[in-house]
Design a protein around this ligand. Sequence first.
Ligand code: F6P
Length: 359
Amino acid sequence: MVTGGGDCPGLNAVIRAIVKRASKEQDWKIIGSRDAFNGVLREPMEIVELDNSTVAGIHVRGGTILGTTNKGGPFAWAVKDNNGNWKEEDHSSEMLRKLEFLNVHAVINIGGDGSQKISQQLFEIGCNIIGVPKTIDNDLGFTDITFGFPTAVEIATDAVDKLVTTAESHNRIIILEVMGRDAGWIALHAAVAGGAEVCLIPEIPYDIQKIIKRINKRIHNSRGFVNIVISEGAYPLDGTHQYQNNDEIGNHNLRLGGAGNRLMHELKENGIATDIRVTTLGHLQRGGKPIAYDRILATKFGVKAFEMVLEKEFGKMAALHNGKLISVSISEVIEKYNYVDLNSDLVKTARDIDISFGD
Ligand code: F6P
């Protein structure tokens, strides 16, 4: 098995569940590749044998005992050319050869959209692969929810709760920037759970004047406070995402960040005189132990994934549909990004309790 992409609370619970379920069958050995597929591709290979004693108690721990990476991979392996410059090579055939050498019958790839794209590519060249959906962003299609997301929401909500008390004490506007890339799920849930006045998500480009109207409704003669939750992927009407520089070799992800600061400047430029502070929650949302819900969901996904191996359901991903465990084709999953549904009950509820989306 491999864990790929950004880490996420619950990964270790999936690993443990796969190992424990496999141990109930005869003749199965579970091995893990270090740092996603890199462990297989490296020379010498970095492979970990996993049994019930190695995974005992790990379900409560954050991160992944196998390590992970969002760089490289079998189709874009970073190597140095003769001039010392980095280039990428397709090492997928070599990986298949190595898997055969290791006598690997099936691969379980626990990862988000980027990792499942790799799963599909590997499946197409003959790898017996099963996917397990993982991401705090909750942006994978064909599953009701991904593990890690509820823990991230809990952490973000706790941050809103704390920021409310300081915003109230100082009569300030506090902006909390949360993760989520192109999906505003974490921001939306934390805003409703924490009781923010404004929630800005990538699915709804915001109008700064509308936000100012909402702020002025709360603040009278410099008294009153406002809590704003903004997703890292939120952007103004006629604007674009706010990116950071990304110079990491082999990491092609555009790194988001700075949406909260940009909003602060926009508010000031438009005449808001109230003090404003910005908090960026960052990787605190990804670290630490998973909440009980995530441990349970991750455990269910792990058991389901191993049973999919037994059933030879290759090219498919474990998923939750209307609360039931199912398997869905990875090719479909990677085509359907899970954006916040603007007609959903939760968005309506948020509007009904006077949360502004800046529209
Ligand atoms: O996809 C998960 C995620 O945490 C996003 O919410 C965020 O934009 C990104 O990963 C951060 O990636 P990195 O850990 O590489 O900075």
